[in-house]
Design a protein around this ligand. Sequence first.
Ligand code: MRU
Length: 346
Amino acid sequence: MTEQNSQTVQALQWTGTSLKVLDQRRLPEHILYDEYTDAAGVTEAIASMRVRGAPAIGIAAAYGVVLSVRRHFTASGDWQQQVQADIDTLAKSRPTAVNLFWALEQMTAVLNSQDENPVAFAETLAKQIHADDIAANLKMGELGADLLAGAKGVLTHCNTGALATGGHGTALGVIRSAYRRHTLNVFAGETRPWLQGVRLTVWELAQDGIPVTLIADSAAAWLMKTGAVEWVIVGADRIAANGDTANKIGTYSLAVLAKQHGVKVMVVAPTTTIDWDMATGEHIEIEQRQQSELLPECYRDNSLVSAWNPVFDVTPASLISAIVTERGIVINPQEHGVGSLKHVGE
Ligand code: MRU
């Protein structure tokens, strides 16, 4: 484990022979990287949330496949089966973010298409997935900033920044891009129970010199009532074809509150987060995490007390004002879903 200066922080660093993963469980106090040389390690890093955020999970998994091919490839052996076993294990690390499955499908396809030099092909693709995500975020940042059109205040949820992506961020990327154009009052919810908002988003924005006001999640309705925010801006873990969106638990609550207060809701996600084959959000698997992430230590042995800890929820398209992707924006996704984006730019 190595500690690093905050100025150079990235969630993932590929060295050519290993993947360095910033341990997000230790932020903001410690900037510590763990180094992995096999797919099992990367699987554990995703499952334990050292790396988290839908796009970052997909990128990490892609590098995990590269590590698997590096370890198992021999010109004559049955390396494909061993790599497939690693891909199957990676796929079980977390269930909700579709970017994980998308990235594994991309890696599988390239490995199936040739077997001359799979290490080089796998590495090239993983680096491409990483670079494409950064490019998508920069594009979405500009599109989302256009949509904000000089708004004075926004509320964001969870962490959707460089830590959750290849770089720049989705919802936080829009906030970054908009802030470069004009002053913006940024509010961030704590994001209980894992506190991505206070530990990661507030820290990331402060690193970038962007002022941010932290609120308790339960203060969101009251904040909206003051008129201080015109938009709620969030990322996504999976978007169904009709625009229903799974994101961090609490997003649905914010969307309901936004409707009541005339606040607009912007979802920002690359098209790698769209599950084109899933008709509606009711089919999205919602990850349930350990009770221990929620339950105070003193209740752990009390058989009368338990905790329900779903870590995502699904916001219906009817509560979303706009979905911003690198291929364009869908306004009022409840009307026609996001299918119009599928073949844009192909
Ligand atoms: O449980 P996490 O921290 O992986 O959840 C992350 C989120 O819900 C983010 O909002 C989502 O992945 C979009 S990140 C660009």
